[in-house]
Design a protein around this ligand. Structure first.
Ligand code: TXE
Length: 459
């Protein structure tokens, strides 16, 4: 049994009250988690550490990020093992998606920091120097689907820019954040620079968002929670980055190369059991190739290996959408059932025959459930892609028209003939109900710092 602890000012501590971390593979208890409700101590520890951390040069902080990356890399097997244990995902996904990207997040921002150019703007009689000052103490809140991947995506640029961090992993998947905390203390990261607190979102998460000395909040999670976070933080004028839900479309146009599109769309549909905010849960296919596409898609689905969903509660939510789809007139083309064993298993499910405006096709399900729809023209496909309240991501599969169609989709990111092909320099984030703000490369640098202009008059 793992005892998860909070990391506060370099010390591991717990709370009187703890709760269970349950395995989605078989419902066994795998860890005990502190139920933190108050963050005053941890904010004080972060404030105490801040002045020294902020005084380091950016090169020195880049060295720290590299040391964290080295340490994670040396322990990558353990990172993948813990992530697979906590989330139930197959080991190869935990290794190739979660663990390796967590290392890359630190490595990428170390390299990026070394190559940051200082900005100046010359006037005929003066020069403007742009300084990027640390914000101070920042709160980072992350979900359960890609636990360390998403948390390290925030921690690395926050530390790089000279902030001290209070990180809160999801209460459903705290193991890898705890492990990261251990590694950081082993390598001697100064006390209080990275703090980790555990507990329920409405308790410790809310306390972080409410605390007046935490000056910025970067949050990834559900849209409903994002609204609460925004309502709490906005009147305090905190900097706010919200990465929320999605209901992304994969558009398969009449000139798609099906040898690429079928496996690509399948991966976008079901990677991580469909529990990635970027997953393509609506598959839109041109009528002229629909039957061919569907036959190949359903046939390749039989060989696609997925794990359970995150827990039984979430499984029940996903199953309720499959029932709703039937009520809405949908036809189950594959799957549709709970897998009868301990844990939170659902068959990968494909549903046809629904209106693209149905609830099943427009609400975020966040599981291994995809609706498939037919369209006649590219204009119709674009209209269908844009008809939800979300606007996070999407993909277009086409030999000749991909970019042109991609530009008309109201989403923060669109891939053409690929999916989840990530360059960490590019802006990441959504429009509409999918969030506010962008992270990645210069956008993360901008979010985790205060840009200040010094205008010097020439003699
Ligand atoms: O998210 P929550 P959950 C979506 C998906 C999923 C739904 C709910 O639709 O079904 O969100 O998942 C913390 N103040 N996504 O319940 O509740 C919470 O402890 C501050 C999309 O996990 O939003 C956790 O650390 N924090 C998403 C984090 O917020 C609060 C990935 C996210 O939890 C809080 C996961 C509060 N009042 C789910 N309440 C994506 N876009 O990647 C909760 N939290």
């Amino acid at each position: 049994m793992i005892q998860v602890q909070n990391l506060v000012g370099g010390k591991f501590v717990t709370t009187d009250e703890v709760f269970d971390d349950i395995s989605p593979l078989d419902n066994s208890i795998i860890a005990k988690i502190p139920r933190t409700k108050n963050v005053d101590d941890v904010v004080e520890a972060a404030i105490n550490a801040h002045s020294e951390w902020a005084l380091l040069s950016i090169e020195q902080r880049c060295e720290w990020l590299d040391r964290i990356a080295d340490s994670l890399q040396e322990n990558i097997e353990e990172v993948a093992r813990l992530e697979a244990l906590d989330t139930g995902k197959p080991h190869e996904v935990a290794m190739n998606v979660d663990a390796s990207r967590s290392v890359n997040n630190f490595r990428f921002f170390a390299d990026f920091g070394r190559n940051l150019k200082s900005e100046t703007f010359s006037m005929p009689d003066a020069t403007n120097y742009v300084m990027r000052k640390p914000i101070g103490v920042v709160g980072l809140i992350s979900p359960w689907n890609l636990p360390l991947y998403l948390l390290s995506w925030k921690i690395a640029p926050a530390l790089l820019m000279g902030n001290c961090v209070i990180a809160k992993p999801s209460e459903i998947t705290p193991l890898t954040a705890h492990f990261l905390g251990k590694l950081c203390t082993e390598i001697g990261l100064p006390d209080g620079v990275l703090n980790i607190v555990n507990g329920y979102g409405p308790e410790v998460g809310q306390a972080i968002v409410e605390h007046p000395d935490i000056k910025a909040i970067s949050f990834t999670g559900g849209t409903a929670t994002g609204k609460i976070v925004a309502a709490t933080a906005a009147p305090m004028f905190k900097k706010l980055s919200l990465e929320l839900g999605g209901k992304n479309a994969s558009l398969v146009l009449d000139d798609a190369d099906l040898d690429i599109a079928v496996p690509g769309v399948l991966r976008a549909s079901f990677l991580n059991s469909g529990q990635i905010c970027l997953c393509g849960s609506r598959v839109l296919v041109n009528a002229s190739i629909y039957d061919d596409f569907l036959n190949r898609y359903l046939s390749e689905l039989k060989n696609f290996n997925i794990g359970p969903v995150i827990n039984v509660e979430h499984r029940n939510k996903v199953m309720s959408y499959i029932e709703l789809a039937k009520e809405e007139g949908g036809e189950i083309l594959a799957g549709g059932n709970v897998i009868d064993k301990a844990g939170a298993w659902i068959e990968p499910t494909v549903i046809g025959g629904l209106s693209h405006k149905s609830r099943t096709a427009t609400e975020e399900i966040f599981g291994p459930v995809v609706t498939i729809h037919k369209f006649e023209t590219d204009e119709e496909a674009i209209e269908m892609a844009n008809c939800t309240s979300y606007g996070l991501a999407g993909s277009v599969w086409s030999k000749n028209k991909g970019r042109q169609v991609a530009e008309q989709i109201d989403s923060g990111m669109v891939w053409v003939n690929t999916w989840l092909h990530r360059d960490l320099r590019v802006p990441f984030g959504g429009v509409k109900d999918s969030g506010v703000g962008r992270e990645g490369g210069l956008w993360s640098i901008g979010f985790f710092s205060e840009a200040v202009n010094i205008c010097v008059m020439e003699d």
